[in-house]
Design a protein around this ligand. Structure first.
Ligand code: HAS
Ligand code: CU
Length: 564
């Protein structure tokens, strides 16, 4: 990796040479991703302190004049848009190349994707930092930010399309050289993830091109908020699976290897990913159950399909736990559950990702609550939702990505992880801290505490919130401690880690074999086009009438507001 000097004597395998570009791209993307998470995460600490009456915004007013809402915009944009997207593009570039066992087809597209995303990030960051874009990561019109904020985020998305183009070219070249072979599982999963994402971004691209950019740059006087929200959630729901599926790629194709065992079933893993391709996109209206102007019948249809997308995660639950059980028993574990103790808990890459899974099981349950039409009316726009997504994107995704770096950073830099104990402490602090924080956020939501609100300054704080809020502070501070452990370990690994030996596990790519592997995969589980056709069909059915209605009845003349 160019950005970090490899230590003397570090492993230089033949594979390392063939994949130099992919290694560099992965390294740079990961550094940008985790730099964004550092600032975004710090803003989270400010928020939980503010909830509990400790206001750090006033002392730093010159740096952050927009206070809580500017901080919250940074928190959302940096953590769930920038951290995720950069990490995913870097990680998946590397995984795809290693899984196909060939470099990506176009170096130019690889660097081009990074360049476009980097320019986009800089363009979006400036208005946020200048207090001209306090519109949060959902940027609902008529709230209006500087046009460059939207343009910058659009460019980040365009960068991901370039990665998809490179991926398809690589797949085609691989297929030409391997007619009749089954697509390797990790590569198959990467293609499904990115293809789903590209279909999903039709919504946000339309919102930007037709509604938001012309309005934000003053070319037209107004916009249409409800249509904009609907197009936002067209992308904004499936984006959660764009974040999740790369973690699943790791849980399916690598964690069983870290565990010392095998993946339980490759065919079942493929079914799960195909279901994600079909079902992720046509269900965004479950974010708009309380919005007026959308027919209740279509809300119900989206809710029913949302319950459908629960199933590929249940399949994953079963398959991943079965793989862990296989590994535990292979390592001598016995009994109904005692095999759990035989898993390699001293390995940071393993333990961190299993902790992420544990937290996700609870996030999944609260997702099902959100998706229940009538119960959503109780939890919508309350702290419950923040509780939900800190277990999903904040744990299943972010904690898994940290776990991945515990092997990937040594692999890329040729340096051993600086401290395994610090890494295990980090994972444990996140498990407990996030468990506490999100449990009490869920509970506060049930007690009516709103989300996206400067609670410390609110004149209506209820006595029961005052009892529950300190627990969120304890959880938040434990996560802060976890983050400090993480960053310290990473900086020390990159600057002072001992050379990695060629025989070390981290020197190899940790793809797992499967108990039921490629030989059991029927041809129909190695296809893309038929499932893509079903995706478009479902999209047309689930969105067609609502979008037609919103466009034909739209007013398109609502001016913007920037209340800061
Ligand atoms: Fe969600 C709102 C429904 C999953 C993220 N969600 C959000 C928001 C975010 C978000 C960011 O229907 C807020 C957006 C905003 O700002 O307004 N969500 C669901 C459902 C699921 C779900 C049904 N969400 C996610 C994922 C996210 C995410 C994944 C990010 C990565 N969500 C909703 C709804 C709303 C919503 C409504 C709107 C609410 C409102 O009113 O605003 C499901 O896909 C979840 C399925 C998950 C499972 C868990 C499977 C567990 C596994 C691990 C097993 C392994 C273990 C290890 C336990 C079924 C695979 C065992 C270990 C051993 C040692 C044995
Ligand atoms: Cu959703």
């Amino acid at each position: 990796m160019a950005v970090i000097a490899r230590p003397r004597g570090a492993v230089e395998t033949a594979a390392a040479d063939r994949f130099t570009t992919e290694r560099r791209l992965a390294g740079i993307n990961i550094i940008i991703a985790f730099s964004a998470l550092a600032l975004g995460g710090l803003m989270g600490v400010f928020q939980v302190l503010e909830y509990n009456g400790i206001d750090l915004y006033t002392p730093i007013k010159p740096a952050l004049p927009g206070g809580y809402y500017q901080g919250l915009t940074l928190h959302g944009v940096l953590n769930v848009l920038v951290f995720t997207t950069f990490f995913i593009v870097g990680f998946l570039t590397f995984v795809a190349a290693r899984s196909f066992d060939r470099p990506m087809a176009s170096k130019g597209l690889g660097w081009g994707a990074l360049g476009v995303m980097g320019v986009g990030l800089a363009m979006a960051a400036v208005p946020i930092l200048l207090n001209q874009a306090n519109v949060l990561f959902t940027f609902y019109p008529p709230l209006k930010a500087s046009g460059f904020y939207y343009l910058g985020l659009t460019l980040v998305v365009v960068g991901t399309w370039l990665f998809e183009a490179n991926l398809i070219m690589t797949y085609r070249a691989w297929r030409k050289d391997n007619p009749g072979a089954k697509t390797p599982l990790a590569a198959f999963m990467v293609i499904i993830t990115m293809t789903m994402w590209c279909v999903a971004t039709i919504g946000i691209a339309s919102e930007m091109i037709f509604l938001v950019l012309p309005w934000a740059f003053g070319l037209v006087p107004g916009t249409e908020p409800l249509l904009a929200r609907t197009l936002f959630w067209f992308t904004g729901h499936p984006i959660v699976y764009f974040w999740l599926l790369p973690a699943y790629v790791s849980w399916y194709t690598m964690v069983p290897h870290h565990a010392g065992g095998k993946l339980f079933s490759e065919p079942m893993a493929r079914v799960s990913f195909i279901l994600f391709l079909i079902l992720s996109v046509p269900i965004g209206i479950h974010h708009q159950i309380t919005d007026p102007g959308i027919a209740a019948a279509w809300k119900l249809v989206h809710v029913i399909f949302t319950v459908g997308v629960f199933f590929p995660s249940l399949l994953t639950f079963f398959n991943v736990v079965a793989s862990l059980e296989y590994s535990g028993r292979k390592r001598g574990g016995q009994g109904w559950l005692a095999w759990i103790f035989n898993l390699p808990w001293s390995k940071p890459a393993f333990t961190t990702q299993v902790f992420a899974m544990l937290l996700f099981a609870f996030g999944g349950i609260s997702g099902l609550v959100n998706a229940s039409y009538n119960v959503n009316l109780v939890v919508h726009n309350t702290a419950w939702i923040s509780g939900h997504f800190h277990l999903t994107v904040g744990s299943a995704v972010a904690l898994s990505f940290m776990g991945i770096t515990y092997w990937l950073v040594p692999h890329l830099t040729g340096r051993q992880l600086w401290s395994r104990n610090l890494a295990l402490t980090q994972a444990g602090l996140w498990l407990v801290g996030m468990g506490l924080f999100s449990h009490f956020m869920h509970t506060l939501g049930l007690h009516g505490m709103p989300r996206r609100t400067q609670i410390g300054a609110a004149p209506y704080v209820l006595p029961d919130w005052e009892v529950l809020l300190p627990f969120t502070l304890v959880g938040g501070l434990l996560m802060f401690a976890s983050a400090i452990c993480y960053y310290l370990n990473m900086v020390m690994t990159m600057s002072a880690g001992k050379p990695l030996e060629a025989s070390a596990e981290e020197a190899q790519m940790p793809f797992a074999k499967a108990v039921s592997g490629p030989e059991d995969v029927p041809a129909f589980l190695d296809r893309f086009t038929p499932y893509l056709a079903v995706t478009f069909l479902l999209l047309a059915v689930n969105y067609g009438p609502t979008l037609y209605d919103l466009i034909s009845n739209g007013r398109f003349n609502i001016p913007g507001v920037s209340p800061w």
